[in-house]
Design a protein around this ligand. Structure first.
Ligand code: PLP
Length: 466
């Protein structure tokens, strides 16, 4: 399409969608029922950082496909070609066997993850986390007489949409109406200093927030806790960067109580935070399990990975003669070869185009520009993030930090949209705190793209708050 509406009239598509498609994450009432007020949005085409809708309207996509996924941008011919070639050679075989792209991608990925060793292929972030939870549960049975079965998760973090993943979900509004949940998941406090639970700041706050994890472990009984699952930078819970002092103490606590550290890199993984391939690598963390999904192939194929250390892997091959010893799990679509074929090209693009460096530089630039907006608009209470994953928390009052009404935060997103810029906002996640604007442009972003995103936000904030 490229801005020119070369495709034919898409009204038939719109009507088919209106009648039959159940969209994710959204209330359908505005475009369904006897007198619809609007049309559903259909995204027709994408190039670079831009997409076009059914009316030929162009948008600068500052959220990489809505949910922080299309990290290398739209329209990458070399990924499409690699996927096509692989599909014709071999589209699928169950993951009980290996594949050429699976082996090649695993080798390249592990080279970027010192200390890690094995890649378990699956098809979504939720599923990758489920695999990790199952490994932890089986290790409890194999090694600890079934006792070390509890999995700790953090307030405000999110790990997926299945009932088990939501049992590890720290976002009350997301979970509301979907319980009861799975037993054996226990919450620890968040580490968002802007909403501090203790009268401390900086490193003292970071260490205190980690100590709070230890308090939960001691209350539960260390011999009952198998793993701690954390996002390196909390995404949908409000773009929360960890305070200084937090991660070293978290690592120390996990080692002290023999608790596996599972890092959920579904959003941050594969370059999103800049400089390093993974979010945890900024903080010197040595995880036992790392899960990843969105950016692994930038949405060109469905692929997710649950990556473990050799120590974790060893626990499943130590008793060859015992039929109950190995990991009795499968993901049918974890055997689709398009995933690793796309992921290999995705890694190559990030390397060849120096996108880790670009993400760090553009992330710093965008953070500065958001701080400028904060100086201008007192409704911005806090700006935070890492690389090209940034958030601006909106408050009605800077002193009290009272959050704005979330309808106002949504109005800012809508006003940006009217200017042809797609941004995000935390959404039905934390009661009363769905007030953080979210930005995750593709890693190819340039200054002029960021300037356009900032200008749209500036205008939108003026429009909504004066
Ligand atoms: N983990 C995190 C941190 C996420 O943000 C998400 C999705 O947004 C998931 C897991 C679940 O991934 P998926 O939607 O691919 O199942």
């Amino acid at each position: 399409m490229d801005g020119k509406l070369s495709d034919n009239d898409l009204s038939g598509v719109v009507e088919a969608d209106r009648a039959h498609v159940w969209h994710h994450l959204i209330q359908h009432a505005p475009w369904t029922g006897p007198s619809p007020k609007a049309d559903p949005k259909i995204i027709v085409e994408g190039r670079g950082m831009r997409v076009w809708d059914q009316n030929g309207r162009e948008y600068l996509d500052a959220v990489s496909g809505g949910v922080w996924t299309v990290n290398v941008g739209y329209g990458r011919e070399r990924i499409a070609n690699a996927v096509r070639d692989q599909l014709l050679k071999l589209n699928y075989f169950a993951g009980s066997a290996g594949s050429i792209p699976g082996a090649e991608f695993s080798e390249k990925l592990i080279a970027k993850m010192p200390g890690m060793s094995r890649v378990y292929f699956t098809n979504s972030g939720t599923d990758a986390n489920e695999k990790a939870f199952k490994m932890v549960r089986q290790i409890a049975h194999k090694r600890h007489g079934g006792r070390k079965y509890k999995i700790l998760y953090r307030d405000r973090d999110y790990h997926g949409s299945s009932i088990a993943a939501m049992s590890a979900g720290g976002q009350e509004e997301r979970n509301a109406q979907y319980g009861p949940f799975v037993p054996g998941f226990v919450q620890v406090p968040h580490c968002l200093e802007y909403r501090a639970q203790w009268d401390l700041s900086g490193e003292e706050y970071g260490v205190r927030a980690a100590d709070a994890i230890e308090e939960v472990i001691l209350a539960e009984g260390p011999d009952t806790v198998g793993a701690l699952c954390l996002e390196p930078v909390t995404a949908g819970g409000g773009v929360i960067t960890p305070p200084p002092g937090y991660w070293p103490r978290v690592q120390e606590i996990c080692r002290k109580y023999d608790i596996l550290l599972h890092i959920d890199e579904v959003v941050c993984g594969v370059g999103r935070t800049g400089t390093h391939w993974f979010g945890y690598q900024h903080y010197g963390v040595e995880p036992d399990i790392v899960t990843m999904a969105k950016g692994v192939a930038s949405g060109y194929a469905a692929i997710a990975c649950c990556v473990t250390s050799e120590r974790v892997f060893e626990m499943f091959r130590d008793e060859e003669a015992d039929p109950m010893s190995y990991f009795r799990d499968i993901s049918t679509f974890g055997g689709c070869t398009a995933g690793p074929a796309a992921a290999l090209e995705n890694l190559a693009i990030i390397e060849e185009e120096n996108l880790l460096e670009n993400t760090a530089a553009m992330g710093d630039y965008m953070l500065d520009r958001l701080h400028e907006l904060q100086d201008k608009h007192k409704v911005i209470g806090d700006v935070r993030g890492k690389g090209l994953f940034l958030g601006a928390e909106l408050v009605a009052d800077r002193e009290s930090r009272e959050p704005v009404d979330e309808k106002q935060a949504q109005a800012v997103v809508a006003a940006c949209n009217r200017q042809g810029v797609m941004i995000g906002v935390t959404n039905r996640s934390i009661p009363g705190y769905n007030n953080t604007l979210c930005y995750a442009p593709a890693l190819i972003a340039r200054r002029d793209d960021i300037d356009q995103i900032i200008a749209a936000t500036d205008t939108a904030l003026t429009e909504v708050f004066g």
